[in-house]
Ligand binder design. Structure first.
Ligand SMILES: [Zn+2]
Ligand SMILES: [Zn+2]
Length: 333
């Protein structure tokens, strides 16, 4: 087990991806304190694909479906609204602004099921929640969400909640420019009905969210490789191993091996295997993480609530953790 994995187990969260292997050698990238005001930060609130899981065999990695908090400095983005979203909303550390952007990969239930249980939506009439949708050829989320969240499948519609919802549609591949000038790049994904990948660039760092997708020839896909090029972290739909994949072909999901191939071809520094298969328990995932790290030592399988942070490369100050190359020294454990 790597030191990183040990620290995740001890703390329940970690301030970086893989730091050092068992030989004590540093991984290519190191880390910074989570508290740095201008860091690019990621927190995983749900990492499970398809359906949530619960039980003693899932305590370590968790069971909520996709939701990831991204902070570019203090600027918040939420990617996907799975069952992890309510836990983010209820967190005392959430520091939620009055306008919240939720970037949706697509509308499969595991990616939207937490939306009506998001605390600001239920309790804050002063909150505006913006949804962003890229896989409907410019269409937005209003009608699809109204179909899901309305009787008889749900007691009310989102518009009945105290918060105000504003829905935005775009075409995956277009960059998104937000009201404060922030820009997020997007890319279309191969998934039944389509899905959208997002790339967050901040302070010379980059984090990409690439789920859900199924790989296809040629691989690595040149467009996707260009999209994730040189990123510090790619969050990738590695639901299966290549051994498991055959009977699941066409379901719209990929393998951890294809994630490694993509990242290694594109100079990506770290890989988070995401959209975990509901049947994979803690023991299997721990063994799988060790297997993945044999070919990509900085790859990891994130746990619910785990956090990763990247210090801005361009910033140098008296208490900076960065060295001259922009690499970072290890923060307190
Ligand atoms: Zn999914
Ligand atoms: Zn899906």
């Amino acid at each position: 087990m790597t030191r990183f994995a040990e620290r995740v187990l001890r703390d329940g969260c970690a301030s970086a991806h893989a730091l050092a292997d068992d030989s004590g050698q540093s991984a290519p990238m190191a880390v910074c304190a989570l508290t740095h005001d201008n860091a690019l930060r990621v927190r995983f609130w749900g990492t499970r694909g398809s359906t949530p899981v619960s039980g003693p065999e899932f305590l370590r990695f968790g069971g909520n479906t996709p939701c990831v908090e991204i902070r570019c400095g203090k600027r918040l983005f939420v990617v996907d609204a799975g069952t992890g979203l309510p836990f983010f909303g209820a967190s005392p550390e959430a520091e939620l602004p009055s306008e919240i952007d939720i970037l949706l990969s697509h509308f499969h239930l595991d990616h939207i099921g937490g939306l009506p249980f998001f605390k600001p939506a239920i309790l804050d009439p002063g909150c505006t929640i913006h949804t962003w949708t890229g896989h409907l050829d410019g269409g937005d989320a209003r009608d699809p969400l109204d179909r899901v969240f309305s009787p008889p499948t749900f007691p009310l519609q989102l518009d009945s909640l105290p918060a105000r919802f504003v829905h935005h549609g775009f075409k995956a591949g277009e960059p998104l420019t937000f009201r404060d000038g922030m820009v997020v790049r997007t890319h279309p994904l191969n998934h039944p009905g389509g899905a959208t990948a997002y790339r967050f660039d901040h302070g010379g760092r980059a984090v990409c969210y690439v789920s859900d997708l199924e790989h296809r020839d040629p691989w690595p896909d040149p467009g996707l490789a260009a999209f994730v090029q040189d990123a510090d972290l790619v969050i990738y739909d590695g639901m299966f191993s290549s051994q498991e994949y055959q009977p699941c072909q066409g379901w719209g999901h990929s393998t951890w091996e294809k994630g490694v191939e993509l990242c290694q071809a594109a100079g990506v520094k770290a890989l988070a295997i995401f959209h975990l298969y509901p049947g994979h328990d803690d023991d299997l995932l721990l063994a799988r993480e060790a297997e993945i790290q044999k070919v990509m030592p900085s790859a990891f399988i994130p746990c619910d609530r785990q956090a990763v942070a990247y210090h801005p490369i361009c910033m140098r100050d008296s208490d900076s953790l960065a060295d001259a190359t922009g690499r970072l020294k290890v923060a307190n454990g």
